[in-house]
Design a protein around this ligand. Structure first.
Ligand code: PFF
Ligand code: NA
Length: 429
């Protein structure tokens, strides 16, 4: 059986951007920004995307394309049996992330529907408290997971590529429209101000905490550390520049993330609600409150939560594909069997998170950062010390002069500097 490949370069880029752009941009980022001192967090986060996220992302792409395998097969193929555990970390990270991700996906699905009916308009706080965890949350989590399974089972080109090629441009257009609309709201200016005002004092006092949170988020937002980008790169047939592709993916993710912030923060401030310290659900409550009070709130609510739903789905697809590619490659399963098997596992683990706020919080806040960081440290050390010259060769393949120029600094970064830095945030975190 020949392995699947992307149909076009733009198809691969859009699938990867679809993976990157997600709840990380629209929900986790505002949540962490509010918790970590506003623009202080933003500044560090942007710096760490450039310094850690992009080189790390390229390091993961290198392993994927070089091996043309799922994460476990990739490390075995390139390094021998004793490196298979690195692939196992990726599988674990993917399972951890998707377990809470699909719970939030379920919340979003529910909010999209209830925006249309106006169910949460009267009492947004009570509404969220009634649906956030428990049986309803389990059911909507299952529905979100089912949609993810449905796309992935159609395959790399007919399922993932075809759907993300529609979803990602759709996200950009709708978010752009919303950004223009919220700019007309009274009070929007304070939202921009919160986003852009730098509280140096806060940053100085809490530097380590902010640094660790920002580093984790820089990995999370680029889908790095769980083998999703590795797996997507394993379906690349041709010799294109991974340095160029990785940079483009990061630029698009960051631009769409900033655009999402330009929608979310002014919306919140237009109603005089600040993003608050109320934990992961605060954003839902505040936004729902905003839609309830605004002209055309139902329509805007459906569009907004619909965009978030698309973003979440295109990311969840990439995480599920990590597990699916493993089951297909290593255990000889059909794609349908693999998708149902992985989906069944996540139905169970995600349901635990959907039923328990404590489990959910632990996964989303702490464990996700830890497994992604551990995964990326392993991948980069592998690139630097096991692949060595081959990693640089892969980096330079199909690249122009500029990329060849940065190949050595990139190599030093991934072999030495980034693992040291990530190990530091891992221990501190
Ligand atoms: N990058 C996604 C987001 O920002 O929402 C989350 C994610 C996707 C993390 C895929 C990890 C992953 F492998
Ligand atoms: Na993201």
């Amino acid at each position: 059986m020949t392995r699947a490949t992307w149909r076009t370069r733009i198809g691969f880029i859009l699938a990867a951007v679809g993976s990157a752009v997600g709840l990380g941009n629209v929900w986790r980022f505002p949540w962490l920004t509010a918790e970590n001192g506003g623009a202080a967090f933003l500044v560090l986060y942007l710096a760490l995307i450039v310094a850690v996220g992009v080189p790390g992302l390229i390091g993961e792409l290198v392993i994927g394309r070089r091996s043309g395998r799922n994460p476990v097969g990739a490390f075995r193929e390139l390094g021998g049996d004793r490196f298979r555990f690195l692939g196992a970390i990726a599988l674990l990270a993917a399972a951890v992330v998707l377990s809470f991700y699909s719970v939030v996906g379920g919340w979003i699905l529910r909010y999209t529907l209830s925006s249309a009916t106006g169910a949460y308009f009267a009492a947004p706080g009570e509404y969220f408290a009634a649906i956030d965890y428990g049986l309803g949350a389990v059911a909507f989590h299952a529905a979100f997971l089912f949609a993810t399974v449905a796309v992935v089972h159609l395959g790399v080109d007919r399922g993932i590529e075809a759907s993300t090629t529609l979803m990602v441009p759709g996200i950009v257009v709708l978010l752009g429209g919303l950004a223009v609309w919220v700019a007309t709201l009274p009070g929007a200016a304070e939202g921009y101000a919160f986003y852009l005002s730098l509280d140096v004092g806060y940053l100085r006092e809490n530097f380590l905490d902010v640094l660790v949170a920002a580093a984790g988020q820089a990995l999370f937002t680029l889908s790095v550390g769980a083998g999703a980008m590795l797996t997507y790169a394993s379906y690349l047939g041709e010799d294109r520049s991974l340095a160029a592709d990785g940079t483009l993916i990061a630029v698009l993710n960051t631009a769409i993330g900033v655009l999402a912030g330009l929608v979310v923060f002014p919306l919140l401030f237009s109603l005089g609600v600040s993003p608050g310290q109320g934990g992961p659900g605060a954003l839902f409550v505040s936004l729902a409150g905003a839609f309830g009070d605004l002209p055309y709130g139902r329509i805007v609510g459906v569009v907004f939560f619909g965009v978030v739903l698309l973003a979440a789905l295109s990311s969840a697809i990439s995480i599920l594909e990590v597990l699916v590619s493993y089951l297909i490659d290593e255990h000889g399963r059909s794609r349908l069997q693999a998708t149902l098997g992985a989906g069944g596992l996540l139905l169970v683990t995600g349901s635990v998170a959907a039923a328990s706020p404590a489990v959910f919080g632990l996964l989303a806040d702490t464990i996700a950062n830890l497994v992604l960081t551990a995964g990326l440290i392993g991948f980069l050390l592998f690139d630097g010390w096991v692949l060595g010259r081959l990693a640089r060769e892969e980096f330079e393949r199909g690249a122009g002069r500029l990329a060849r120029l940065v190949s050595l600094p990139w190599y030093v970064a991934i072999a030495v500097a980034l693992p040291v830095f990530l190990a530091f945030t891992f221990v501190t975190g």
